[in-house]
Structures are given as structure tokens and as C-alpha cells.
Design a protein around this ligand. Structure first.
Ligand code: ADP
Length: 543
């Protein structure tokens, strides 16, 4: 027997239809790539997205075809997202910060037929176009007046594509399991792999993202997603904002603290989402300039572990609450958020900071467990750490084109590659990537926890901890530090700071100072590169 309710397919374009109809005048503000700012709203953006869809259809794009974007967070990028998936094609966000060969590999592997790109990337596209085997149409995301002299073949100006459409077009009524989006993992080891989101998975993720303990967007909220749309869907913000009817503020090509701060103040931003490095720079900028944070109430931070000192600074200096988030491209990306539970709200401020340092609790829709090397489940006691496994309707089932083979175990769990603890209240804490844990004398040391504590030292701008070979212990931790400008802490200063904050046997065997720590295309510390940089290093006590 079937139930008696309607089968309303979960399609991504329904989000923007809702926004246009119920929150049509809510603004979308963009720091334009051409300079200056543009102001639009959900009604106009829907109309223009529909014209993009109509334009693509004119170009011969069909259901299931892939159309790529190499673009910053802008109104036009939002229009492309909805326009491409709304006509039944797949919106493939390409990370422009990847190596050029990786970008070529990804676009060819995806078989993209159209490439939308921002003005910033004209030189890049000129270089790679001859190597792109499947791209038939290049669309420069600007007006004709800004199109430069270029060797790019069959180049269309985005505004011309829109102007040639009358908007008399209907969104595609595809099956909800049709793919809507494609995003490749950054592929720090091996080739990047594609995650092919469905309309259904994106809409369900939007419901999850908008639950109150998660992003919890409302129609009164103003959100600035600093996290780029090419990095794990900007954590779903352009979908969640449409569902809620929130005002969307887009930073374009800008990631620097003064520009972002200007947008936050002028536009009355109440919520933002970004990786920790953005906030490190912001906190330094605020300290120097003596400014406040305006109406900003909450910042969602994820992608890498948030140091406790950052959570404390935001609260104590600016009365802004940090909500720690964890997820991954393979999870659309949100998995856990660190909002405070009823029990946590009863605790002291310092205890709450400890809880907020954890990556948080699972959103409804995400199942989570930790297992040992044999796959046996480990206790949720906040102490045992094991491989973090997840499953749910917005978690990857297989990579695009079957890359990587079967990625689920027999019970449908996906191994995140992270190592974590889960405490009895459900708060999960990442201790490491499995490949980065430091194995010392048969026990595991968490590099992330050491980094967190090191960054708590007033003179430390950034810290990384890697495990290096040690004749007695297998591996021992090396602490690598970037000092803040005009400070000069010594090795001993840092060891003194860590003393008592971490277990004795976790203490780094040495501290080295560097000018810069390498980062991946998504802002994570590049541990692989660090391990290579220090491959000839020997600990003082290992001679
Ligand atoms: P990419 O792999 O392309 O850089 P992802 O966002 O998919 O981008 O990376 C996901 C990984 O990032 C997670 O598996 C985890 O290792 C790390 N990560 C994400 N959020 C956090 C967090 N809050 N704390 C620690 N690590 C995190």
C-alpha cells in the first residue's frame, strides 16, 4: 500500500522559485569582478537564471550535460548554478586555485560542454583552452564592453547570452535523482575525484543546513559566504539562502580582511561562513584598526580545525559566536555543527569554549560512528579515537565515472579519512586526517590538538605539527611555527606554553620557525609538502 501524500520532486529550481515568489525583493549584493558593487534581488536573479537556462538550451545543452564554472562568489555565479541545473544539466564548479594540469584534467574528465568563467581567469583559459577536449562554448561572465582581445575560441559574453533570451522558458521537470551539481575533491594524493550531487541530495542538504542548530538561516538574516562556491558548494549557502529568503552578500574576488570587513559593516551582515585562515587575518585586521563587527552575530567556521583562541577572541572582543562546522565535498558538505546543546548552555563560559572547539554534533540526516582498524565500532566516550564513518542521503555513494571503485562498506558507510572522538553528548572532535596522525610508541598523537594549543600562544600566527621518524618511538611530533610580525618567541617559550596544556608524551621533540606554511587550494595546511620539506630533518635526540 502507498501513502496518500503528494510526490513533490525535490528539485533545486524550486528553491529559487520560492525565493522569487516569497522573498522577491530580498537583496543579493556583489562586489563585482569588474569593480564596484551590484545590487539585485531573488526575483531578478531567478529571471536571469531562467534566461541562462534558455540560452544553454539554445546552445544545444541537454539533460545530463555538464557545464562548468571557473568563478568567484557573485550574483552571476548564482544565476549559473540555478540556470544550469534548472534546465536539467549539471553545474560543475571548478576550483581555480588548483594546479593548471588538474583544472585541465577535471574539465576533460567531467566532459564539460560549456565553460563559464570570470574576467580574472581570461589568461588561464587562454592557456588551457587548446587542451580542453570537450568544451564547445566559452562564456565570459561579464558584459560585452569588458570582453578583451583574446585567443579563446567561440567566446560569448554572458550578458549577450542573457539578452538573447526572452525568459519564456520552463524549468526542467527531471527526476529528483538526476544530477544537479559536480564538484571534485582537491586531490592532494592522486587525481581529483568528482562528487555528483543529485537534485534530491542538494534539496535535502538545504533542509538540513537550515535547521536551527546548523546554519539556521531566516528571512531576516544577511549572510556573507566567504567560502567559495567552488569549495564544496559554499557549504550550501546559495541554496539555503534561497530557501530562507535571506539576503546574500557576495565578495567576488575579494578574500582580504579590509574588503570583507567593509561588506560586513555596510550590508549589515549577521552571519558568515569561512575557513579559519580568513578569520586569522580578520582578527589581526580588527586588532590593528580598532574596529568592531557591526551586526555580525555568528560566524560558521570549518574546513580546518578552529583554534580555541579564535573562538575566545570572537566572543570576548566582538561578542560574536563561533559555530564550528565539519564536513567534506563528499557530504555536500555539511556533517556536524558545534552549536551548544541544552546541557552545554548550563556550563561556564570556559567550558562552553571547550565544547565549541569540538567539531560538533550531527545534523539530522547524517549518521556517524567511529571504528577501529578492524571496522569494529568504538565507544562514544569522548576519549577513544577511530576512523570516522558516515552515511546519509547527502553523502557520496560513488565517485563520478566510478573512480576509486566501491567507496562504501557492506553496510553503506563511507570512510571520511578523518580520525575522531565522539563524546556521550554526541559532540565529535576531529583529531587528525588518518594519514596525518602521529604514531608514537604504538599510541596516537593528535597533530590538530597540538596545533590548536600552539596557536593559543600570543606570538604565533600559524602552527603545523607533523610526525617525523624517530629511532625509539617510530614517530615524534615536530612543531612548525610562523611567528606574528614583530615578535620573536623562542623554542623554549613555545614548549613552556604547551607544558601542562597537552599530555607530557605529546610534547613536540623540537620546534622550528618558518616564514610561511604551505596551504592547499582549499586553505588547508599542506602536510604532505611539509613532510617532504622536512624529510632530511633529524630530531636533536635522535642522533
Ligand atoms: P578538500 O579536500 O577539497 O580540501 P573538503 O572540504 O572536502 O575539501 O575537505 C574535507 C576535509 O577537511 C575533512 O575530511 C576534514 O579532514 C577537513 N575538515 C573540514 N572541516 C574541518 C574542521 N572543522 N576541523 C578539522 N578538519 C576539518
Amino acid at each position: 500500500m502507498l501513502g496518500g501524500m503528494q510526490d513533490w520532486p525535490l528539485l533545486v529550481w524550486k528553491l529559487i522559485d520560492h525565493a522569487a515568489l516569497h522573498h522577491g525583493s530580498r537583496e543579493i549584493v556583489t562586489a563585482r569582478v569588474e569593480g564596484g558593487e551590484s545590487r539585485s534581488n531573488w526575483r531578478e536573479v531567478r529571471e536571469r537564471a531562467l534566461k541562462v537556462a534558455q540560452g544553454l538550451s539554445r546552445l544545444g545543452v541537454r539533460t545530463g550535460d555538464r557545464a562548468a564554472t571557473l568563478a568567484w562568489n557573485t550574483q552571476r555565479h548564482v544565476e549559473c548554478w540555478y540556470g544550469i541545473s534548472g534546465m536539467g544539466a549539471v553545474a560543475h564548479t571548478v576550483n581555480p586555485r588548483l594546479f593548471e594540469e588538474q583544472i585541465v584534467y577535471i574539465i576533460n574528465h567531467a566532459g564539460d560542454r560549456v565553460l563559464f568563467f570570470d574576467l580574472t581567469f581570461v589568461p588561464l583559459v587562454e592557456r588551457i583552452a587548446p587542451k580542453l577536449n570537450t568544451v564547445e562554448h566559452y562564456v565570459l561572465m561579464t558584459g560585452r564592453e569588458h570582453v578583451p582581445e583574446t585567443s579563446i575560441p567561440d567566446l560569448l559574453a554572458y550578458e549577450d547570452l542573457i539578452a538573447a533570451s526572452d525568459g519564456d522558458f520552463e524549468w526542467a521537470n527531471v527526476d529528483e535523482l538526476t544530477p544537479a551539481g559536480l564538484c571534485y575533491t582537491s586531490g592532494t594524493t592522486g587525481n581529483p575525484k568528482g562528487v555528483l550531487y543529485t537534485h534530491r541530495s542538494n534539496v535535502l542538504h538545504t533542509f538540513g543546513a537550515n535547521s536551527a542548530d546548523a546554519l539556521g538561516l531566516t528571512s531576516a538574516a544577511t549572510i556573507l559566504p566567504v567560502v567559495p562556491m567552488y569549495h564544496a558548494n559554499a557549504w550550501g549557502v546559495p541554496y539555503a539562502a534561497a530557501a530562507a529568503g535571506a539576503k546574500l552578500v557576495m565578495g567576488g574576488a575579494h578574500f582580504d580582511a579590509p574588503t570583507l570587513h567593509g561588506l560586513i559593516m555596510r550590508e549589515g551582515v549577521t552571519l558568515t561562513a569561512a575557513v579559519p585562515t580568513v578569520w586569522l587575518a580578520m582578527l589581526q585586521h580588527l586588532e590593528k584598526s580598532g574596529q568592531g563587527m557591526g551586526e555580525l552575530k555568528r560566524v560558521v567556521i570549518g574546513g580546518s580545525a578552529v583554534p580555541r583562541s579564535m573562538i575566545v577572541d570572537f566572543k570576548e572582543k566582538y561578542d560574536v559566536t563561533v559555530c564550528h562546522a565539519w564536513g567534506m565535498t563528499e557530504m555536500s558538505p555539511l556533517g556536524t555543527l558545534g552549536s551548544l546543546s541544552a546541557a552545554a548552555l548550563e556550563k561556564t563560559q570556559q567550558e562552553q569554549f571547550d565544547i565549541q572547539t569540538k567539531q560538533g554534533r550531527a545534523i539530522f540526516g547524517v549518521e556517524m560512528k567511529i571504528v577501529d582498524d578492524n571496522g569494529d565500532e568504538m565507544p562514544r566516550d569522548g576519549k577513544a579515537f577511530g576512523h570516522l564513518m558516515v552515511r546519509g542521503p547527502w553523502v557520496v555513494r560513488e565517485y563520478y565515472a566510478g573512480d576509486g571503485g566501491h567507496v562504501l562498506d557492506a553496510d553503506g558507510w563511507f570512510d571520511t579519512g578523518d580520525v575522531a572522538t565522539i563524546d556521550p553528548s554526541g559532540y565529535m572532535q576531529i583529531t587528525d586526517r588518518a594519514k596525518d596522525v602521529i604514531k608514537s610508541g604504538g599510541e596516537w598523537i593528535s597533530s590538530i590538538e597540538l596545533e590548536n594549543e600552539a596557536v593559543g600562544h600570543a606570538a604565533v600566527a600559524e602552527a603545523a605539527v607533523i610526525g617525523l621518524p624517530h629511532p625509539k618511538w617510530d614517530e615524534r611530533p615536530l612543531l612548525i611555527v610562523v611567528r606574528k610580525p614583530d615578535t620573536n618567541p623562542s623554542k623554549q617559550d613555545l614548549l613552556d606554553h604547551l607544558e601542562g596544556r597537552v599530555a607530557k608524551w605529546w610534547m613536540p621533540n623540537d620546534v622550528v620557525f618558518v616564514d610561511e606554511i604551505p596551504h592547499t587550494a582549499t586553505g588547508k595546511i599542506q602536510k604532505l609538502t611539509l613532510r617532504q620539506q622536512f624529510k632530511d630533518y633529524r630530531f636533536p635526540d635522535a642522533a
